[in-house]
Design a protein around this ligand. Structure first.
Ligand SMILES: [Zn+2]
Length: 259
């Protein structure tokens, strides 16, 4: 069984003390690939260096909407320049719109999102989306600036909105939230969406599952999310593992030999 964590911030300082040990345990657990999304340009160099040093880590680069005030006016140009010198980047992300945090300027977020979608479209790269309380806005933006697809990470929109994303070439990411008994909306999505549209993610160090509540999240817990997904769907764990791994590879253009 091979698993890919389609969204893991393994580059952040929370993992500085035990990153190598965690990656070792991941490999022993069959987690042979991790996608590491970038959130701001200060952290891109460290992220790229880490992905070059460790087998199975795949970098994505992007300017996250919640850091909108820190990005600065030249950040989009930096992104283009960084891409030109980093051919191993597999996606633009994480990017998107966060209307949950009302202090973040919406028109500024929209402009940054559109600029990065344009870069992804021109580079023919998929995107990794962060979306909170802005699913319809993201969908209409994607219709104006179509990209080749990608992942709507930590998806928490409606079933209807999920199908609109699927039509635009997207997979929906699910992780630790699957393991909480009261997460009815996520459970319904996990049961009703086609398995071909679902990818697994940890979002570590955030979004920890129920078994580790109050602790740092880790990509090594991915099999717990897999088990929760399989139980919700009443499908075999091995089948769900195989299909979700295939989905991640397909949407991000990863071949098995790259893991
Ligand atoms: Zn993230």
């Amino acid at each position: 069984m091979q698993l890919i964590d389609s969204h893991c911030h393994i580059d952040v300082s929370e993992f500085d003390d035990d990153r190598a040990t965690i990656l070792q345990r991941c490999r022993q657990a069959g987690i042979t690939g991790l996608v590491v999304p970038g959130v701001d340009r200060e952290r891109w160099p460290g992220l790229i260096a880490l992905c070059r040093a460790e087998v199975g880590l795949h970098p994505a680069l992007g300017l996250h909407p919640i850091y909108i005030e820190q990005h600065g006016t030249g950040a989009v140009t930096w992104l283009e320049q960084q891409l030109a010198t980093t051919p191993e980047v597999i996606a633009i992300g994480e990017i998107g719109l966060d209307f949950f945090m009302t202090e973040l300027d919406r028109s500024h977020q929209q402009a940054l999102f559109e600029a990065q979608l344009t870069i992804a479209r021109d580079a023919n790269l998929p995107v990794i989306l962060h979306i909170r309380k802005a699913h319809d806005q993201v969908l209409s933006t994607l219709r104006r600036i179509p990209v080749k697809g990608g992942i709507a990470h930590a998806f928490n929109g409606s079933v209807e909105q999920a199908h609109r994303f699927i039509e635009l070439g997207f997979k929906l990411g699910f992780g630790g939230t699957l393991t909480y008994p009261g997460a009815n909306k996520i459970h319904r999505l996990a049961r009703e969406l086609p398995l071909a549209a679902i990818v697994l993610e940890s979002d570590a160090p955030d979004m920890v599952g129920a078994a580790h509540r109050g602790q740092r999240n880790s990509p090594e817990y991915l099999p717990e999310h897999l088990a929760a997904l399989a139980a919700l769907r009443d499908e075999a764990i091995t089948d769900v593992a195989r299909q979700t791994t295939r989905n991640t590879r397909q949407v991000l253009g990863l071949t098995p030999s790259e893991l």
